[in-house]
Every structure is written in C-alpha cells, then in structure tokens.
Design a protein. Sequence first.
Length: 248
Amino acid sequence: MTEGVADGMSGRTLGIYTPTLFKMKNSRILVVDDEETLCETLQLKLELEGYEVDVAYSAEEALQLDLTRYALILLDVMMEKISGFEMARKMRANPATATIPIIFCTARDSEDDMISGLQLGADDYIPKPYSLRNVVARIESVLRRTSKPANANVITYEGLALDLAQKTCTVDGEAVRLPRKEFELLALLMGERGKVFSREDILKAVWPEEVVVVNRVVDVNITRLRGKIGRYGKMIVTRSGYGYGFIV
C-alpha cells in the first residue's frame, strides 16, 4: 500500500543541522512499516536527529527482535498478517514490553481508528501523510513524558524479568520460584548478556562464602535453571572449555 510523507518525500534534501535541545542519549527507536522507502526516510531523518534507529518491514519481523532494547516504537497499522494494532496488543500483554512507548503512524485517519489506537495503549497517533518535523516533535514529546531513570533493580530480556530488590523472577508474566543461588546465577548471566563466565568466575561471584565448592555445582545449577525459565533456557549457552553465558 502507498502512504506518503509530506515533507520528507517531496524531493527536498533533508539537510544536516543541529538537533533540537531535548534528546535522550542513545535512545534507540524501532520503525515498523511495510513501505521500505518510508522506513529508510524515517531512519535517515531520526539518525540525523541523534537517535539510533532500526527498521522492520512487518510486525512478524519486529516481534522476533528484543523489543526491550527500544525507547520507542513507530508502528504502522495496515500491514499484512499481523496488523499494527495486533502487535500493540501483544506488546501491552507482555510485562517486559508493556510500558514501551508506541506511536502509530498510519493512513487510517478516521476518528474511530485514532480512538482504537489510543485505547490499545498507544502514546500518540499520527495520520499519514505527515511531515517529518511533526514526527520528530511527537517523538520528543512522548519521550519527555515517558522517560524514567533506568530501574537498576530489574533485569529483563523479552518476557524474562528479575527483580533484584524483591528477589523475584517472572517468565512471560508467571512467577517462578528460584532458590537463592539459582537466582544469583541467573542475575549474574543476564546482567552481562553476551559475556561468557568461566566456572571459576561463577563460583567466586555466586558462592564466595563457601570454603570448598566443586565445578560440578555450577553445572548442576545451570541445568536446573534452564529447566525453570522455559523457552529462555536456550539463552544460557555452554561454551566448551570456557564456561557459560546468557547469549541472544
């Protein structure tokens, strides 16, 4: 479907200029739209404004990403298979993505459509065609309203969440009871995603008070942990000869 952008698509160059004063450092935005040219135009404009930008050309593609990485999502409504409205419902139903700001950018411009989008929990609704300046201003407005200091007490990956203050673990919204050492082990691995810890590193971090603990204890706890966190268990990867890491 063809949906236009008023000033960014008119043939004028975007121009490099000083970004506006408000900017969240390292804010990463996801643009989800099935029009590739439109995605590229928005990506270029927003990157010139100082944002980090990824694009997805369908809701299916977007839902395969780690959405918790994004400060805001620009979302089209009329896409094949999974619509923008349905993607928003899925996000709002998942505790890990429920609070990520969403701005609908769509050719569905009726009052009923706008009300439906806002009732789904969207933070703004921009009918097409729109100006790129308008989109940037709306993004800044939403981020000002919704940005909060990062909660250092909560570690999340998609639907897996650890509350370090309350010592709780939830998997896709369901509470999972973890013994202290398993909780601390998972917190260690999730806290530095992508890093591989040796068994010795894990023993020092999780069992520092123990006089004698064999490496086998780490292996046993890793196996138990994988079984308790469901589909996220596969993210705890074994690197033969090195150790374990939470790798995505």
